[in-house]
Design a protein around this ligand. Structure first.
Ligand code: HEC
Ligand code: HEC
Ligand code: HEC
Ligand code: HEC
Ligand code: HEC
Ligand code: HEC
Ligand code: HEC
Ligand code: HEC
Length: 488
């Protein structure tokens, strides 16, 4: 909408209201829910929400899945020959390429050696998944399965890697790479896509994951993946400017929910967190697969499951669990990237408080912090914690509590209470991000019992040249036996 038109419509509404409330009332439609809405796609939302749309368009959520082309492929497809890593070669023949990557016009192609025939088979690439840390390549088969090809591009290494072998710690071979194209989890649209696209619909499939009839509203995590299906919302506002102005006023002045659309801050916390948990908390699925698969954001109605919070902790944390994404440290704290959401839910700040994901993350530009600067350990990030824990406000109180001078490394709340203990296995490289168990207390005793590698603690993350016994002794000096040992 242009500025001029907006002003004109504003004037029209004022005139309408002056002429008589009765006329305005007939223009204003009441509403009750967003039941039965259909998905319309993010571009339709962008018609009105131009600023949010522009922010979202360049975010990792929006760009997660794209059509394969010269501009979306980040891997090296310039006539690249890939051989097995030296450590995986069993004979001289293994030094020959087992894969080749090239562009055929604008279409990227991966050829893989079939060891049973010795032929190199071409797989054209239809979709690419990811771009930040690694990129996965998908080939659409005649049966409708989007097959994940066994070699992924690692951005950190600037190389193709046999990702699953890296993740599982197994040795790649030409035969094994080929076999990876027949496993259930290589059928991307049946196994992975529900977290990578907006509203995956699986109309039919066969038990071997060779045939699949699937569709989605759009690739990537669109507006409606978080706000629910939006057709009613769009229709309600598309031609009715009274509805628009009334909603704007009711929303801004009275914080009323806007018609036919779910918005996190206005939902109960469990419903709000469900939105992100569905993709960032895959361990929920381990106990409640159906609830998890049928989930859509939105208000409840018989048959529509929109609150996953009763299931958040159903699946017990298992000390030492080694599944790559839902892995736990030896002492039972969440470790794998799939446990990021779980780490948040296990926090006392969640149990007793109102903490939500969008307190710290801008949901539209999801690589940027929600104001002000919460993703770095800083005075601004302290402010978030201090809003609830105000006993530690002020430089003196911070120094007294942390025993590190206020404003220096070791004094920020994140330093000790959100250490980098969540492992994102990125193409075989180990990349740690912060645990979201923000009430966790550094526990060098676990590190003494299991070793720092199997159970790290925040103190030795920075003081890597010291032992956990040193950290425990300093903690006893500073915080006393009772408090430090009390959390056992
Ligand atoms: C025809 C215009 C129009 C379209 C298209 C549109 N919206 Fe809205 N939307 C509005 C108006 C008007 C409001 C209320 C005024 C405001 O908050 O700015 C609003 C408010 C919202 C809110 C705030 C809700 C709240 O309770 O605070 C969200 C979220 C939202 N829209 C999401 C969407 C999504 C998702 C789509 C696409 C499915 C979409 N909108 C399409 C006009 C539109
Ligand atoms: C439970 C939801 C879920 C499932 C199922 C899932 N993923 Fe993901 N995937 C995610 C999330 C969330 C991230 C982002 C992790 C992060 O960086 O915090 C991600 C990240 C990725 C990335 C890296 C993106 C980038 O830009 O670097 C790739 C590639 C990927 N997934 C591929 C797959 C494949 C292949 C499968 C199926 C075998 C799969 N995923 C299954 C949720 C899921
Ligand atoms: C990853 C989930 C997610 C996606 C994707 C997403 N939103 Fe939001 N959106 C949220 C959350 C959470 C909030 C509340 C943020 C807050 O108040 O801190 C929000 C707030 C809003 C608001 C009200 C506040 C504002 O910034 O104006 C509008 C309007 C909105 N979203 C529209 C959209 C549109 C349009 C798209 C797609 C272009 C979109 N959203 C994509 C999660 C999402
Ligand atoms: C439909 C699945 C889905 C939903 C819903 C979703 N995400 Fe994501 N999120 C992803 C995937 C997949 C990625 C990986 C994108 C990439 O790396 O290319 C991601 C990436 C992110 C990242 C950046 C991670 C990184 O390593 O760069 C943040 C932060 C994030 N999401 C937060 C949220 C929050 C907060 C919500 C809820 C408001 C949410 N997400 C909802 C799937 C989802
Ligand atoms: C107290 C603030 C805070 C809250 C609340 C919060 N996060 Fe984070 N989040 C962070 C910080 C800090 C990082 C690390 C950023 C970095 O190191 O670049 C992070 C990182 C992430 C990442 C990126 C992981 C990666 O691979 O780098 C994802 C995904 C994410 N958060 C999702 C969520 C979700 C989902 C929620 C709600 C359950 C949530 N966050 C709540 C502060 C927060
Ligand atoms: C929305 C409010 C809220 C926010 C924001 C918040 N917390 Fe909490 N936090 C709580 C509540 C409630 C408890 C439980 C208090 C109790 O049980 O006495 C708690 C408990 C704790 C504990 C004690 C755990 C224990 O075992 O005694 C620590 C440590 C903590 N929070 C650190 C943080 C840090 C660090 C941040 C910022 C990253 C933060 N909190 C942000 C509400 C919050
Ligand atoms: C150098 C590490 C360190 C830093 C930095 C740190 N804390 Fe702590 N915190 C601890 C330790 C150790 C404990 C447990 C001993 C205790 O209870 O005093 C603790 C306990 C707590 C508790 C629970 C205490 C209680 O009385 O229930 C809260 C709340 C807390 N911290 C909040 C914060 C906040 C807010 C910040 C940032 C201003 C912060 N901490 C910074 C190490 C740290
Ligand atoms: C984010 C990094 C960080 C974390 C986490 C951290 N420290 Fe420190 N710590 C530092 C830095 C940097 C110094 C140096 C300050 C100086 O020399 O003025 C320091 C200084 C110290 C000192 C005094 C100098 C020395 O080496 O004897 C002790 C003792 C200490 N830290 C103990 C701890 C303990 C115990 C914990 C965990 C409860 C902890 N630190 C957590 C960064 C950290």
């Amino acid at each position: 909408m242009t500025r001029r038109r907006r002003r004109f419509l504003g004037a029209g509404l004022v005139a309408t209201m002056l002429v008589g409330g009765a006329f305005a009332l007939t223009q204003y439609e009441s509403y009750t829910s967003l039941y039965d809405a259909a998905y319309v796609g993010s571009a339709a939302c962008g018609e009105c929400h131009t600023q949010v749309y522009d922010q979202w368009r360049n975010s990792p959520h929006a760009l997660m899945v794209r059509e394969a082309s010269r501009s979306t492929v980040v891997g090296d497809f310039g006539d690249h020959a890939w051989t097995l890593p030296a450590s995986a070669r069993r004979s001289a023949a293994d030094a020959a390429p087992v894969a080749r990557m090239r562009f055929d016009g604008d279409v990227p192609v991966m050829s893989l050696l079939d060891p049973s025939t010795g032929a190199m088979d071409d797989f054209t690439i239809d979709l690419v998944v990811g771009f930040q840390y690694r990129q996965t390549y998908l080939h659409r088969e005649p049966g409708g399965v989007y097959r994940r090809l066994p070699l992924q591009w690692s951005v950190a290494r600037q190389a193709f890697v046999p990702y699953w072998n890296f993740q599982e710690g197994s040795t790649p071979s030409a035969a094994d790479l080929r076999a990876q194209m027949f496993t259930h989890n290589s059928a991307w649209n049946l196994f992975c896509a529900r977290c990578h696209v907006t509203h995956l619909d699986i109309a039919s499939k066969d038990e071997h994951h060779l045939v699949a009839d699937t569709s989605w509203v759009e690739p990537g995590i669109g507006c409606e993946a978080c706000h629910g299906p939006g057709s009613q919302h769009v229709n309600y506002f598309a031609h009715n400017y009274v509805n628009r102005v009334a909603a704007f006023v009711n929303n801004k002045a009275r914080g009323e929910p806007v018609a036919y659309i779910a918005s996190g801050p206005k939902l109960e916390r469990g419903q709000d967190l469900s939105v992100c948990s569905r993709c960032h908390g895959p361990d929920i699925m381990l106990a409640s697969t159906e609830a998890y698969r049928q989930y859509e954001p939105g208000y409840s109605r018989e048959g529509r499951i929109n609150d996953l919070s009763p299931h958040f902790k159903e699946y017990p944390l298992q000390p030492g669990r080694t599944d790559p994404t839902v892995e736990c440290w030896a002492d039972g704290r969440p470790k794998g990237i799939g446990m990021l959401f779980r780490s948040f839910i296990e926090s006392a700040c969640h149990d007793g408080g109102e903490a939500r994901c969008h307190d710290c993350h801008d949901p539209h530009m999801n690589k940027l912090p929600q104001k002000p600067g919460l993703l770095e350990a800083s005075a601004a990030s302290n402010a978030y914690c201090l809003a609830c824990h105000d006993a530690y406000r002020g430089a003196a109180a911070i120094a007294a509590h942390t025993h590190h001078a206020s404003g220096t490394a070791g004094s920020f709340c994140y330093d000790c209470h959100m250490p980098r203990e969540i492992l994102n296995l990125v193409s075989g490289t180990r990349r740690f991000t912060r645990t979201h168990m923000m009430s966790s207390i550094p526990d060098p005793r676990s590190s003494i019992r299991y070793g720092v590698e199997a159970a790290p603690n925040a103190c030795n993350e920075c003081h890597a040249d010291r032992s956990p016994a040193w950290a425990l002794a300093r903690m006893r000096d500073w915080w006393g036996d009772g408090d430090v040992d009390g959390s056992d």
